[in-house]
Structure formats: structure tokens, C-alpha cells
Design a protein around this ligand. Structure first.
Ligand code: ZN
Length: 424
């Protein structure tokens, strides 16, 4: 049956009125960034188009301003919000400081942004689109507020909560404090060993993430390492029985808490601070504990976790072999082979190259003060010390993807040490 034209017209008028009323009733969007780890600047809200224009925040003296993380309030659930991101314009006005000109915007612009309704489950938005110097993301949250970020955040509170929860659940895992930062924040560390084997008969394993505060994915890799290590898997049990393991999910807690980038911070980048006189408390403490393992002849596996430059699939950073002696080179290459063998099979794939990047004298003037290099050069003859970079700009650069990398890295560590043990 055909509807009378006046009924159609009335229907349309009603629809139009409701739509206009709901638009008029929409609350103004607001940006909140007064919480741990948040970072944003240059905010402009266009309530007509429901668009937030912004740049990463952070003090450039405290590292590259590429990290962004904030909350949007005032959303009508189900409406489309647009994020219009531009690269930070911040520079440092001091001689011999980094950032005499703005950082390349690509560091701040993942192909997909990350969002969360509850601050716990982090998901990717659809792919952003480039518009000249801008990156545009859209999302349709089914909530009045949404957190948005460069990648899945991982704050010092998250780290503290995680190590505490693990120590309460497992008698073989102890929540400890590596040290207090210069900002007087605790640096949470998990210390794992199981059974009665004497410590001098145990392999020493050191895993640290987040010497660069903006590289949040590396903390999730450390998190996944711990989840596997404490799991019911028989191989995880073997590793706990045969090794003593230290995991620090966030080294630079101060810049992570305050939303600063950390990389190339003044006076010293954390990962260029492994000198005879480190500036940062975390490095002083880590160097001392790693030094103890070296003195005991059991600095077996040292892993320093990072996220790389945009779209760089390089996974392993190593010293040129001519600076090292056997058995270190062969052991390192075997570890890389085992880790690559496992991580490269994760589905969906995490882009990674098995060709390491060499970080010798041509890489950086302070190459000897890079943590993994320092441990290689000051370690035991059998020390395997690696910097591992997990790509942050792929579809699998999510909490699940990063945790899968960590779990496989832990399984590779167990496999590698199993081989070491069989050797006389
Ligand atoms: Zn890094």
C-alpha cells in the first residue's frame, strides 16, 4: 500500500526535527590531559564538525615530542569524532641540544591510532589518512568519553599494579623496586626464581623496556615476556627453575608518567647513559645489578626493548662482530636465529627483518654508552646482549601483538639456555 504524500512529508519533518534537536543538544567536546602519561598540545575543538585538532605535547628538553595520549569528553555515543593530528612544532633553544628544528611528524603518526573506552582494552582505529602535513583519524565511540593515544599506553601505575599482582599470584615472583627515580617515583621490577637451585648455578637474565618513554609498545613486550614466564607451560617452569630473571617494564618512569618523549632528553638519553658515571638513577641501579651478574659470571641474556623508527622492520641491534670475541658472536647469532624463528611466525605477521642493524662507531657518537653495547663490551665471554625493536606501525602493533612478541622472546630464551646447558 502506498503512503499518502503528506504522511511521507510529515515523517521527514519529524526526522529532521529530531536530528537537528539532537545536534543542538550535543555537548561540546572537551579534551582532558591531567592524568598519568597524558600528552597533548595545541588543542582546538571544532564542535560543528566534531573535530579535535592537536599536536603531541611534552617538553622537548625531556625528549622527542612524538607521544600523544588524552581523553575526549562530551561525546554523544555513536557519533563520529575526527582527530586532526599535526607534528609537534616544538624545538629546543639551546646550543648542542637536540631538536634545533621540529621532529619529523612521521614519528607521531601511526597508520592507525589507538583508543579505549575503559582505559584497559586498547583497540586500533581504522587507518588514518594523510592530508598534507596532517593525519586524520576518525572513530565512533559508543560512550561519552574515549581515550586516544599514539599506541597502547603503559604507565608506571600499570607496571606497579602488574608486578604486584604477579607477586601475589605466584610464590616464585617477587615485586621489587629497582630504585627511586630522580623524580622520586618508584621503578617497579619483577624478580623471578623458582626452586632450591643456588643462585650461582642459575643463568642470569635481565629484561628492561622503556629507556625511551614514548616507546610504549616495548613495555607490552616485557609484559608478554612475564606472562609467558609465569605461565603453566613446562618450558616456562624450566626457565624459572634454571635461571634468575629480572624484568623492568619501565626504566624511564619520570618521562613516562609526565608524557614526555624521553628520547634524546637533556642532559642524557637513558640509552646513552651507560657510562662510568650515569646521570639517571635507573641506569645507576641497573648497571650495578647487571654488574653483579657479570661479576658472578652469569650475565647470560640481556634484552633491552624498544620501538624503532617509523616502518623500520629491523628487529635486532648488535655490535659489529670485529669488536667481539667468540663464543659471544656465535651465541648471539644463535639467540637471534631462535628468536627470529619464533617471532617471525606469529600470526598475523609482525614485520621483522632477521638482518640486524649494527650500532658501532658509525651509528652514534655515544655508541659505547648504549646499554646493550655496554653489556656486550663489559659482560662475560658468553653474554648475549641485544637491543630488540618491535615495529609500532603495523596492524599487529597492539597489546596482543606486542605481548605475543614478548611470549615468544621468553620461549626463545628458554630454548637457547636449554642448548647452553647441554654444552659442557
Ligand atoms: Zn628506543
Amino acid at each position: 500500500m502506498k503512503k499518502a504524500p503528506w504522511k511521507l512529508l510529515a515523517g521527514w519533518l519529524l526526522y529532521l526535527t529530531l536530528t537537528l534537536c539532537s545536534a543542538a543538544a550535543a555537548e561540546p567536546l572537551a579534551v582532558a590531559s591531567q592524568f598519568e602519561g597524558a600528552s597533548v598540545s595545541g588543542v582546538e575543538v571544532d564542535n560543528g564538525t566534531r573535530t579535535i585538532k592537536f599536536m603531541p605535547g611534552g617538553d622537548p628538553v625531556r625528549g622527542w615530542p612524538c607521544w600523544w595520549y588524552f581523553r575526549i569528553d562530551g561525546i554523544t555515543p555513536g557519533e563520529t569524532i575526527t582527530l586532526q593530528l599535526r607534528g609537534s612544532t616544538a624545538t629546543v633553544d639551546k646550543p648542542r641540544s637536540p631538536l634545533q628544528k621540529p621532529l619529523a611528524s612521521s614519528w607521531a603518526m601511526p597508520a592507525q591510532a589507538t583508543f579505549s573506552i575503559d582505559g584497559k582494552t586498547w583497540l586500533h582505529t581504522g587507518k588514518g589518512s594523510k592530508d598534507g602535513e596532517l593525519m586524520i583519524y576518525t572513530l565512533r565511540p559508543e560512550a561519552a568519553s574515549v581515550f586516544v593515544a599514539w599506541g597502547p599506553p603503559y604507565t608506571p601505575s600499570d607496571a606497579a599494579k602488574f608486578v604486584r599482582a604477579m607477586s601475589e599470584k605466584h610464590p616464585f615472583a617477587k615485586a621489587e623496586e629497582l630504585c627511586r627515580s630522580r623524580g622520586e617515583r618508584p621503578v617497579p621490577m619483577l624478580h623471578v626464581l623458582e626452586g632450591n637451585r643456588k643462585t650461582e648455578q642459575r643463568f642470569g637474565i635481565w629484561v628492561q623496556a622503556r629507556q625511551h618513554a614514548w616507546e610504549s609498545g616495548s613495555s607490552w613486550v616485557a609484559h608478554g615476556f612475564v606472562e609467558w614466564l609465569l605461565s603453566d607451560d613446562a618450558d616456562a617452569g624450566w626457565l624459572r627453575q634454571h635461571a634468575e630473571i629480572f624484568i623492568v617494564p619501565i626504566m624511564d618512569v619520570d618521562n613516562t608518567a609526565t608524557g614526555n618523549g624521553g628520547k634524546d632528553a637533556v642532559p642524557q638519553d637513558h640509552n646513552r647513559d651507560w657510562s662510568p658515571q650515569p646521570h639517571w638513577n635507573e641506569i645507576i641501579a641497573a648497571q650495578r645489578k647487571v654488574g653483579d651478574l657479570i661479576a658472578e659470571g652469569r650475565m647470560d641474556v640481556f634484552l633491552d626493548l624498544h620501538n624503532p623508527s617509523p616502518d623500520d622492520p629491523t628487529f635486532f641491534y648488535i655490535l659489529p662482530s670485529d669488536l667481539l670475541k667468540e663464543p659471544m658472536i656465535g651465541l648471539r647469532d644463535r639467540f637471534i636465529e631462535l628468536a627470529y624463528g619464533r617471532i617471525s611466525k606469529i600470526k598475523p605477521l609482525i614485520p621483522m627483518s632477521n638482518r640486524p642493524k649494527v650500532t658501532g662507531a658509525n651509528y652514534h657518537p655515544l655508541w659505547q654508552q648504549i646499554s646493550a653495547n655496554w653489556v656486550s663490551m663489559n659482560g662475560n665471554p658468553h653474554t648475549v646482549s641485544l637491543c630488540l625493536e618491535t615495529i609500532w606501525n603495523g596492524p599487529n602493533s597492539t597489546t596482543e601483538g606486542y605481548r605475543a612478541v614478548g611470549a615468544n622472546l621468553a620461549a626463545a630464551t628458554r630454548e637457547y639456555l636449554g642448548e647452553r646447558r647441554e654444552k659442557p
